[in-house]
Design a protein around this ligand. Structure first.
Ligand code: ADP
Length: 161
C-alpha cells in the first residue's frame, strides 16, 4: 500500500523543527503533502500564499514532498487527497495533550486516517513559529532556526524597503 501522508499546520512560518519532521517523514513514507491551513481565526504574520511559498522553497531537496494550502476541515482535505496517514510533531508533553485531543476528534471524523507522531531532534524541541516571529519582530536573529528563505522573508516583512 502506498503511504500518502498529510502533515497539516499553520506554518507561520515554517521552521527547522517543521522541516525536521518533514525530512523524517519523507524518509519513511512514500508521499508527503504538507498542508498549510488558511487558519482564518489566527492572525498570521504571513498570508496563506506566502506560507505555502516558503514551504515550497524549503522542501526543494525532497522529491516525494509537496505543499498545498487548504481551508476548511483538515479531514475533508485529507479525504480529497486520499491521504491515509496523518503526521504531527510532538515537542513536549504540552503538545501531547493538545494533539491527543485533536487525534480523537479526527478519528471520529475520518476513522481510516491513522495518526503518527514524530519527535524532532532535541535542538528543535522548544522551537515554535510563535517564538521565531516574536524574536524576529523584536530584532533578534533567527537565522539558525529557520530555512534561509524564511530568514530573508522575515527581514523583508519586518523591515520593508
Ligand atoms: P498548528 O497551528 O496546527 O499547531 P504549527 O505550524 O504550529 O500548526 O505546527 C504544525 C505541526 O508541527 C504540529 O504537529 C506541531 O506540533 C509540529 N511542530 C511545530 N514546531 C515543531 C518543532 N519545533 N518540532 C517538531 N514539531 C513541531
Amino acid at each position: 500500500m502506498t503511504t500518502r501522508v498529510i502533515y497539516p499546520g499553520t506554518f507561520d512560518p515554517i521552521t527547522n523543527g517543521h522541516f525536521d519532521i518533514i525530512k523524517r517523514s519523507a524518509a519513511m513514507f512514500d508521499e508527503i503533502i504538507v498542508a498549510v491551513a488558511a487558519s482564518p481565526s489566527k492572525k498570521t504574520l504571513f498570508t496563506l500564499e506566502e506560507r505555502v511559498a516558503l514551504v515550497r522553497d524549503s522542501i526543494q531537496s525532497l522529491p516525494n514532498v509537496s505543499v498545498e494550502g487548504f481551508s476548511g476541515l483538515m479531514v475533508d482535505f485529507a479525504k480529497a487527497k486520499q491521504a491515509n496517514l496523518l503526521v504531527r510533531g510532538l515537542r513536549t508533553t504540552m503538545d501531547f495533550e493538545y494533539e491527543f485531543g485533536l487525534t480523537n476528534m479526527y478519528r471520529k471524523l475520518m476513522p481510516e486516517l491513522e495518526s503518527v507522531f514524530l519527535t524532532p531532534s532535541e535542538e528543535y524541541a522548544f522551537l515554535s513559529s510563535t517564538i521565531v516571529r516574536e524574536v524576529a519582530l523584536h530584532g533578534g536573529t533567527v537565522e539558525s532556526f529557520v530555512p534561509k528563505t524564511v530568514h530573508n522573508a522575515l527581514q523583508s516583512k519586518i523591515h520593508p524597503k
